[in-house]
Design a binder for this molecule. Sequence first.
Ligand SMILES: *[C@@H]1O[C@H](CO)[C@@H](O)[C@H](O)[C@H]1NC(C)=O
Ligand SMILES: *[C@@H]1O[C@H](CO)[C@@H](O)[C@H](O)[C@H]1NC(C)=O
Ligand SMILES: *[C@@H]1O[C@H](CO)[C@@H](O)[C@H](O)[C@H]1NC(C)=O
Length: 883
Amino acid sequence: MEGSKWKAAALLTWILAAESAYGLPQVGTAVESILQKTSTEQTSAYVTQYPPANKGNRLLIPESHPVYRFGLQRDGRSSQLPFPELDVSDFVHGLEGLIAPDQQTNAAPAPPTGDQPTSGKQPESIPAPTNTATVKNSPEGGPEPQTTSPADPHPIDPPPPVKPNTAGNMNGQDVFQPVATGPAPASIQSRGDHPVQNKHADSKDPIETNKFYAGFFLGTQTNASFTQPYSLAWSKGGGSLKSWGMGITHIPSDMLAWGPKNHKIPGEPVQYYINPVGLQQIIFSASELGDSTVLKTEQPKAFSAHAVIKRSSDSAQQITFPVIQGMGYTTAVYKDLQPIIESGVFFRKVVNAGSPRPGIFKYKVELEDDTTWLMYATPDDAKDPEFKLVSKISLRGPRGYSGTVQIAKNPAGVPGEKFYDNSCGVYPVAGHISGSVTDDVGTYSLSWTKAGKDVKKTPLLMFALPHHVQSFDKATQGRVTDIHLRTTTKGNSTAVVGESWTMVEPKLPIGIGFAPWSATQGSVDKLSPAAQHAIVQSAPHELKQNISEQTDLNSMYYSGKALSKFATLIYTVKELGNNVELTTDAFQELKKAFAHFVDNKQQYPLAYDTVWKGVVSTAGYDGDLNQDFGNTAYNDHHFHYGYFIQAAAIIGALDPSWLAANKEWVNMLVRDASNSVENDDFFPFSRGFDWYNGHSWAKGLFESYDGKDQESSSEDTMFAYAIKMWGQTSRDASMEARGNLMLGILGRSLNNYFLMEDDNINQPPNFIANRVTGIVDHTTYFGANLEFVQGIHMLPLMPHTPYARRKEFVHQEWQAMFAEDASTPASKVEGGWKGVLYANLALIDPKASWEFFTQPDFDYSWIDGGATRTWYLAFAAGLGGAP
Ligand SMILES: *[C@@H]1O[C@H](CO)[C@@H](O)[C@H](O)[C@H]1NC(C)=O
Ligand SMILES: *[C@@H]1O[C@H](CO)[C@@H](O)[C@H](O)[C@H]1NC(C)=O
Ligand SMILES: *[C@@H]1O[C@H](CO)[C@@H](O)[C@H](O)[C@H]1NC(C)=O
């Protein structure tokens, strides 16, 4: 996925135009010319302030120290609630139905099929945060109406007319066209009694449930929102300072806590690392805040939200924090309050550092942890606010202040300071996305609407993640700076000048279909006679399983997996094994089983939730939100619905006449889990997939210490694959292109952050040998056996798997863990994980995989309830394993 051959001159032209419109320097690269500018023509003298020698302070204030919340199974973490303490036997229970009763060999239960996708919570270690960002431009995604926010006293710049992919581009397919526009089908009942009430998010539009800022409106409202590289959390009268303001944290690598070493893995990596929570390096507060202070989340959008701390619920005195992923400064927009900037690690000194521009007042702040921060105050009245350091913890501004205060950590000395000086006074208020695909090259842009002082002339400074920087187009590369700040789980972020970035993903897997695929052979839909023979031999045994029984379960997750399994099996026999007759009955059964869901007659029917707006399982309405992995509270929708969507793609491809009656229902699942537009009245944009982070978040409406997470990277890619194929089957070219682009982005982000090869630079060196990141920890919600931990990133093995899991990675993982001389040889693994491991082996040694699946006296307990031996045979054969 590297390398780029993007050549759409139209886009470059647009970017240049946008740059001039936004005042970006035109000479040389943007960054050079900023560095050349004499940034500081000071209008006032420097004055250094030290905290008064106030003896009481140190004694009265408890030392602020970060809290390292441990893991998963440790410390009762209520946020773990969504996932029951699963042990494998639990899985086996749920799965009995998935095993054919007459399977002779040991009644071994199917192994975990599972994966639990979910996400849950995880401990702190890896906070994953964030959401997405964005660019705008999709025809439908209009500019965000930030202008209406009373909190933004400043004019807002309209979003740039990003239109990389319009008609001008020959075949640039816009990837963000609407899937559909109406309400959910009539079979889906609406209900307004969602078990998670919305008390703090102000919006009549669909509300994002799985985005980075959910900590502001869920539960106690005190858990962090991870914008990267910073995180923000409401102090709510707590913390060592008992502040009511908004705490800002940036965790340097020397503050990480490390788990124990895992001696089973070569290199003895630590099992996990933890970013502490609760550290309040800087707090934006005001002297008027107190017991009656409240926090509201306004304008909760796909790529942004405004966290508003109000003096009291009906007060107009407030601080608004526009919260956007990658924002270069934390910006507090004060309205008629006396600002107090506090520090839980203590101020060492504060320097009044003049005015980088008229009306903007700069301070350099040194903290006792040896970090340097820059603070810029931009009062509406343009008068020097004269912030005074009144104690080691408190820097006080004037009464009745209206205007912004911005703070950023500067790790880059004088050059870094110039960039911050250059962009101070403006801030992003909303993000937008656009994207298109031309041939096998995908392009997407994130852009931001901004507000503030001199907004037209002042470029934004935004932090990009490593996978963005790798895929920046030329114009965006020219705006990259040397300012790097560590993120919690994704390596260093890099500051970039300007209000949009364009990323290019070449070599999208447009050729992947339903048949096995490899980079070298492409889609292999003609198998050798030996392979066809093996398929036809093994098929009858698996085709005679009771389809309706295995698919009509009390879980959307397991039902979806079973439908997907049978659809894949039928496709394999019919198209790859070339035997139609064998499948005739099973295909009828499959369509009947699917109809059960379209008719909404399953055990827990779906409902349209009018509170958050989305389609959820009713399993969790009875009081136990953990039912079905938290589907009712929006956990894992892309996992659960992805299996249905993939099954539908196959059924519709095999029988196009089936589409008319079923398309609306399947499209509803797509819109719920991953809607393509921002202005749909019924579903939020892209619930699961985070276009900034480059992967999905599985956790829904569950408060958690470490933000959102996602346990199974492979089920994430399965979802992207599913919509690609459903787009193809249902002739929605935009959806197909979107699935291809998502796969391209996922391939890159997983390689950077989740599936770690030896040369990974984004995860800590002592963690990389784990190969996969686990939820947060190198483990899962259902156990820490290596085959579970690694296997959950393999499942389900589908045609796109060789694209998402690079050979080199698979090879390193296999040698370290599953080879005969490793700690957990695949040959000794029990149950369905064994089949998963051997199917995965096909990616690097298809012959060994083929031999495993063709061995005489094959034990069907090695096949998990969501898979078939028949498909695994085809998979190994297609990758070159069959004679
Ligand atoms: C974070 O969420 C957990 C789980 O709901 C809750 O117990 C805790 O009080 C919240 N706040 C903080 C600061 O940990
Ligand atoms: C991350 O940035 C820091 C500070 O600039 C630098 O010291 C470190 O080497 C960087 N790490 C990587 C992996 O690039
Ligand atoms: C399949 O299972 C269903 C539900 O358990 C049952 O009603 C039906 O009779 C079974 N069909 C066969 C052919 O065994």
